[in-house]
Design a protein around this ligand. Structure first.
Ligand code: HEM
Length: 162
């Protein structure tokens, strides 16, 4: 096994696989509230980069739903973190923010999409990912679209599975 790159030691608590412990909650003013389950994986190959995949499934049917994958980098010598993200919906984004203890506060810096992506288009995304003192990982995602100001879309907690 390769050692975690020095540049990412502050994010070692993310590494591994996380499974939602109870179904996450999805909301937005323009949609029907829903539940989902999700598996996260964070890995590395010794580069100053963490590789990640987020795979969401329907809470009852287990049908695959939203998927994201990407890379995490840190600005050397700072607590500045960047997520470079591709989503199966046709969206790509850069999120940046600060690491404070074991909490990441991220805001989209750039959002782009396929020319034929479904409307309404996402204009802004912010998320908080944190390791709680009870050992669970928690993620909240807010978004703004063409039609709605920044508002929560997702909230979920995970248990480490490996
Ligand atoms: C709806 C974006 C993650 C499930 C939507 C809509 C947008 C969106 C723009 C349409 C809102 C509207 O019609 O006003 C995003 C973004 C995500 C994300 C940017 C990640 C950063 C997820 C995840 C799930 C999910 C993880 C879990 C299954 C849904 C569902 C709907 C929805 C079920 C309503 C039905 C539909 O429009 O397909 N999302 N979403 N989303 N999202 Fe997400």
């Amino acid at each position: 096994t390769v050692e975690l790159n020095q540049a990412l030691l502050a994010l070692d608590w993310l590494l591994g696989t996380w499974e939602s412990d109870e179904p996450g909650e999805g909301n937005f003013p323009s949609i029907k509230p829903f539940h989902y389950i999700e598996t996260l994986n964070f890995s590395h190959v010794g580069q100053p980069v963490i590789n990640f995949t987020f795979n969401a499934f329907h809470a009852e049917t287990k049908k695959p739903m939203h998927r994201e994958c990407g890379f995490i980098r840190m600005q050397p010598g700072t607590n500045r973190v960047a997520f470079i993200i591709a989503q199966n919906s046709g969206l790509v984004e850069i999120e940046e923010g600060d690491l404070t203890g074991q909490q990441l506060n991220l805001q989209s810096q750039a959002v782009a999409r396929t020319s034929f992506a479904r409307e309404p288009h996402v204009q802004k995304i912010s998320r908080v990912i944190q390791l709680r003192s009870d050992g669970r990982l928690e993620q909240s995602v807010s978004m703004a679209t063409d039609n709605q100001p920044l508002m929560q879309h997702l909230h979920i907690t995970y248990r480490r599975s490996s």
